[in-house]
Every structure is written in C-alpha cells, then in structure tokens.
Ligand binder design. Structure first.
Ligand code: KIV
Ligand code: ZN
Length: 510
C-alpha cells in the first residue's frame, strides 16, 4: 500500500493561532503524544522566532524519538543556521526553508525580483543541505504564483538538494480540482520529481483545506501538512484527524495509507485543546463531542439495529469511546499510577501526588471516574514552569437576593499565602475581582465558556477562557465538578501565562 507521510505542524503553524501560545513543557508533552499518534514528521517550531521557540525545538530534537524533527527557516542565513542548531540532535533532523514565489508577495512583502528569489533559493537550500540531508523547500503563496515560475523555483530547489517540495496554499485560496491539477502539473514537469516527495500545506480560509489536501494526494502528493484540530493562522490548517480518517475510511477511493494510530486521535485532540485553550466545536468531524451522537429517532433506531446504517466510522477507532475507570474511591495510588501510565501519562512524583489527591476528591463526589475525567485532572495538576500562583481555596456566596461575594486564597511565589475578597455582578465576576486584588495585572476577559466533560449531573465542568493584555491573548482552562472552582482555576491559569510571557521578550519576525 502506498503510504502518505503525515507532517504535523501543530507546534509551529498551529501555535500561530491567536492566543495559542504554548510553553516549552507543553510543546514537549504534545511532541511525545504526536509520536504515540504515529506522525512521521513533527514541525517543532520556528527557532529564530524567539529564545523560547529555539529551546522548544532543541528540547524536542533531543528528547523525542520516533519521528523526524523539523525546524522552520526563512530563506536567510541566520534562520537556516539557527534551525540547524536547534534540530541537530534529532534522530532524523529536517530543515524547512521557505520563500515567497507569488508576484504579489515579491512586490509587496519581500521586495525582490524573480531572479533574486531564484538565487536566494539556490543558496539557502544549499546552506540547509550543508547541515542536514533532509531538506524541505516551500514556495510561499504557491497557489497564487505563476505555474511556470513555480516550476522554475522548484527546479532550482531540487538541484540544490531539497528532498521534499511543499506546495502551500498560504491564503486558503485554492479549490480542490485546481489544487490537484497544480500538484499533477508540478510532478509531471519538475526535473527530478521522481526523486522527491511532493507535499500539501493547505489553509482553511474557504473551508477547503482538507478537500484540497486530499485532492493533492489523489494527484500524487505523498506528504500532507496538517495540525491537530485544524488550528493555525486565521481559519487554520488542514485538520489532521479529518484528513487521516478520510484516507482510512475511503481507502477504496484514495488507495493510500498512513502510519497513524487512529485510536490516539481523540486524546491528542483533547490535549491540544487543553494546552492551547482553543475549544473544539461540538460538531467538528471525528473529534467533536457530537461527532458520534445520534439525535433523531430514525437514526437511533437504525444504529440500534445495525451500526453501519448511520455510522461510517466506529467511535472506538478514533479513541472516542468512554472507558470507565474500574477504580473507585478506595483504590490505591499504585492502581491509579498504572491506569495513568496505560493512558500514556508519565508523571513526576509531585505531579502524581497532586493528581492522585484530586482523583480521590473526585471519586468522593462521582460514582464513576472516566478516562476523560482523568485527562482533565492531569491537565490541571501538572506543574508547568508558568505556574506562579496556585489556587488554594475559593468560596462564594450568591443567590437571587444577595450580593455575590467571593473569597480567594492563592499560594504565590515562595509559598506566600495571599487571601482577599470582592463583590461582583455574579459569582464569576466576584471571583475574578478577588483574584485581581491579589494579582494586580490589567487584562480584559474576551471569551468565557463552560463545557461538560462527560454526561450526568455530577460531570466535570471544563471552563476555557481567553484574556487580552497589551495586545496579546492568553488562554486559560480549569476543570472541576464545581464550575466556580473551574472558572477560578481557568483565570489563575491564564494570568500565570500572562505573567510568564511578560518575563520572556518575544522576537517579532517581519
Ligand atoms: O502557509 C504557509 O505558506 C506556511 C509556510 C511557512 C510553509 O506556513
Ligand atoms: Zn501555513
């Protein structure tokens, strides 16, 4: 079976989603999960962008085994050198060099003429090749470039040593048939095309990223660039879970396979959503909460008689089936640790202690603790380097004829205990005002949402928020059976990220 390479760019293009900033630990965790998922290439970041980006790519290159680790570079010497330095300890390092190829970009963005761009391409692909054998080249805005010029720039890249030619639909402008034709044309005409892999990189501005990528594969591309949950610049990128399940479910049509362990899809989706604070819409294909929910009587009747009447995928195949933890409130630490390991969490002793204590609290309140509940606990309890303040206690009093009042106690840096109270228009408002009295950092709440993790009145509520401060957006999440506690956790989590970001200067790439 012909295999398609899955190139995951959640940590690079995905992280370019507004408010999706991830810290180094979170990126390393996600990279390990991507290996469990079975992706072939991890684009771990853009090393020149900031010291934090460099550190994340370097740590992933050093620690993560089982996938090619790629660093992005503009076609300029310092970028290529920095990317080479960051990926050099990987099992299989790759440098991904890009430069614009459309006339619009040449005239207004990089202000170079076509022959200058060809010379730069030649020099920078050769420079990357002097560091690593695995070099990818992307002509940015390829789908709005003149096809003959695209051919020329790709010819130069292959001659200079590129082994993967990526065709980005940077602005999400292409339509499937046209994009497929472009891929077929390039494969037919680029000299040496048979020795390189052609790749798709589609953005979703018109909602066609997955369709475009699939059509690219149908016409000969053998690498797809995609992100978990389809996150990314503007409307995002091709969604990994959708494109992979389309290839698998319609293998009869596409005739290709991937190395993805699809049972890891749901867990990976949750992890990325938790860490980035970007929610997955309920009706999202494959990983959305309603992706396998059947509401109408006719559908339910059909499903009960024979699943395949209304279901083309089995929820178990994408990891969307609820496994109830067989442990109850009397279960011990060892059994808890074993279940966590089965689920793929390797926790430090401190994180394990904290997670176990939360599990005990939850088992007291809930009859059955599900794997999804456990994922929430871990996401809350893993201590990250951005954790400066920690919620110790929150108490509210509210009702239809009372003034909502909240008291919050936080553990601050060096174990200092901070406590204050405030009133507000509602309990969440009162809590946020009390927290503001303790952590005095101006910000604006721009998004607040609550979702139930599992069904039932005793379900854990997951609160996801975004706050904005000085033009930057920070996501926060928190989970608890009490939504006020979850809301407080989410706010403290977002404020911690804001405070940590203020410590690290961001380098802006033009
Ligand atoms: O969308 C794009 O063109 C990119 C390139 C850097 C490959 O992300
Ligand atoms: Zn992109």
């Amino acid at each position: 079976m012909d295999r398609v390479i899955i190139f995951d760019t959640t940590l690079r293009d995905g992280e370019q989603s507004p408010g999706a900033t991830l810290n180094v630990e979170e990126k390393v965790d996600i990279a390990h999960q991507l290996v469990r998922l079975g992706v072939d290439v991890i684009e771990a970041g853009f090393p020149i962008a900031s010291p934090g980006d460099f550190e994340a790519v370097q740590r992933i290159a050093r620690e993560v085994r089982g996938a090619t680790i790629c660093g992005l570079a503009r076609a300029v010497p310092i970028d290529v050198d920095r990317a080479a330095e960051a990926v050099k300890d990987a099992e299989d390092p790759r440098i991904h060099v890009f430069i614009s190829s459309s006339d619009i970009h040449l005239a207004h963005q990089i202000r170079k003429n076509r022959s200058e761009v060809l010379e730069i391409t030649d020099a920078m692909v050769r420079r990357a090749k002097s560091y690593v054998s695995n070099v990818e080249f992307s002509p940015m805005d390829a789908t709005r470039s003149e096809p003959e010029y695209l051919l020329e720039i790709l010819r130069v890249a292959v001659a200079a040593g590129a082994t993967t030619l990526n065709i980005p639909d940077t602005v999400g402008f292409a339509v499937p048939e046209e994009f497929g034709n472009l891929i077929a044309y390039l494969i037919e005409h680029v000299p040496g095309a048979d020795k390189v892999i052609f790749s798709t990189h589609c953005h979703d501005d018109l909602g066609m990223a997955v369709a475009n990528s699939l059509t690219g594969v149908k016409r000969g591309a053998r690498q797809i660039e995609c992100t978990i949950n389809g996150i990314g610049e503007r409307a995002g990128n091709c969604s990994l879970e959708e494109v992979v399940m389309a290839l698998r479910t319609r293998q009869d049509y596409y005739g290709v396979d991937t190395r993805i362990d699809t049972t890891q899809l749901y867990k990976t989706s949750r992890m990325v959503s938790n860490y980035t604070g970007i929610l997955v819409q309920p009706n999202k294909a494959v990983v959305g909460a309603n992706a396998f929910a059947h509401e109408s009587g006719i559908h339910q009747d059909g499903i009960l008689k024979e699943r395949s009447t209304f279901e083309i995928m089995n929820p178990k195949d994408v990891g969307q089936s609820e496994t109830l933890l067989v442990l109850g409130k009397h279960s011990g630490r060892h059994a808890f640790k074993t279940r966590m390991e089965e689920l793929g969490y390797k926790l430090s002793d401190e994180d394990l202690n904290r997670s176990f204590a939360r599990f005990k609290e939850l088992a007291d309140k809930k009859k059955a603790v599900s794997d999804q509940d456990l994922a929430m606990i871990v996401a809350d309890e893993i201590r990250t380097p951005t954790e400066i303040y920690r919620l110790d206690h929150v108490q509210v009093s509210c009702g239809d004829h009372s003034i909502p009042t909240a008291t919050v106690r936080l553990i601050g840096p060096d174990g200092a205990v901070l406590c204050d109270s405030a009133t507000g228009t509602g309990p969440v408002d009162a809590v946020y005002k009390a927290v503001n009295r303790l952590i005095n950092r101006e910000n604006r709440l721009i998004e607040y949402s609550v979702q139930s993790v599992t069904a039932g009145l005793d379900a854990i509520g997951e609160v996801t928020i975004r706050i904005e401060s000085e033009g930057r957006v920070f996501g926060g999440r928190g989970a608890d059976t009490d939504v006020i506690v979850a809301s407080t956790r989410a706010y403290v989590n977002a404020l911690n990220k804001l405070l940590a970001a203020a410590r690290e200067p961001a380098t802006v790439i033009g």
